[in-house]
Design a protein around this ligand. Sequence first.
Ligand SMILES: O=C(O)CCC(=O)C(=O)O
Length: 281
Amino acid sequence: MLSNEQKQSFERDGYIVVRGLFGADEVRDLREHYMRLREAGTYPGDMVADTRLQGDDPLARYPRMIHMHRWDQASRRWLLDPRLNECLTALLGLEPMAVQTMIYFKPPGARGQALHQDNFYLQAQPGTCVAAWLTLDDADEENGCMQVVPQTGKLPILCPEESDAATSFTNVTTPLHPDMKSVPVVMRAGDVLFFNGSLIHGSYPNTSRDRFRRSLIGHYITGDASRVTAYCQPVLRMDGTEIPMGASEGGAPCGVWTERDGQPQIEMRSLATAGASEVSP
Ligand SMILES: O=C(O)CCC(=O)C(=O)O
């Protein structure tokens, strides 16, 4: 299903977009399904925002849901979908293990999520985590599409800093070296962005007047991982059976930007020395 060029591009850039992996009818059904679930009530792990913003927040009505596959069959089926498995296995060389689902509704006016690296949270070790990010709406800069920093997929996990509460609903961000910048990933509904757990990525606010930017996300860990955060357990094989997994302990050293001979370098420090504080998933 994936060409050699796509595999090389994932290896080099840390991400690729697979166009039209899910059909228009499937995407419509998923959109309607999650809107119905959202309207129907609240669920464990719903996340509105950090507490720094005062006043109205569109996310109060449309908080992000997490781990829906633990109680919703449609989410579990999607997480284990053979098309995702085939792409992930081709990209990683080994069948992945499934650990997390999330849906972002991102209604008009909603803040985005500051730049970050997923394996800071999932702590898959050894190896890393990988995301399959399916857009359920056409996504562009106006409605807050994904932003990625190409070729950051091989960086170590960097120490997070406080984010800008006006533009991000999460409270930490991964600092970029001044030479780096994020690029928008413009996608059509049904496209899937695959990216690894070191890639720096996030999104800016939805500035459109009336367009949602919904996305359904599966998180996986690479087949050689033997530990992952306890929050993401149980871990599933792609046939749905559970696989025992150690719990990673967290608090691992993280990197800070320095320079040597005018070249960017990363120095590893303990989280406490780096001054990183409160962290939300
Ligand atoms: O959908 C977004 O706006 C951000 C999602 C994201 O950064 C993630 O899934 O890690």
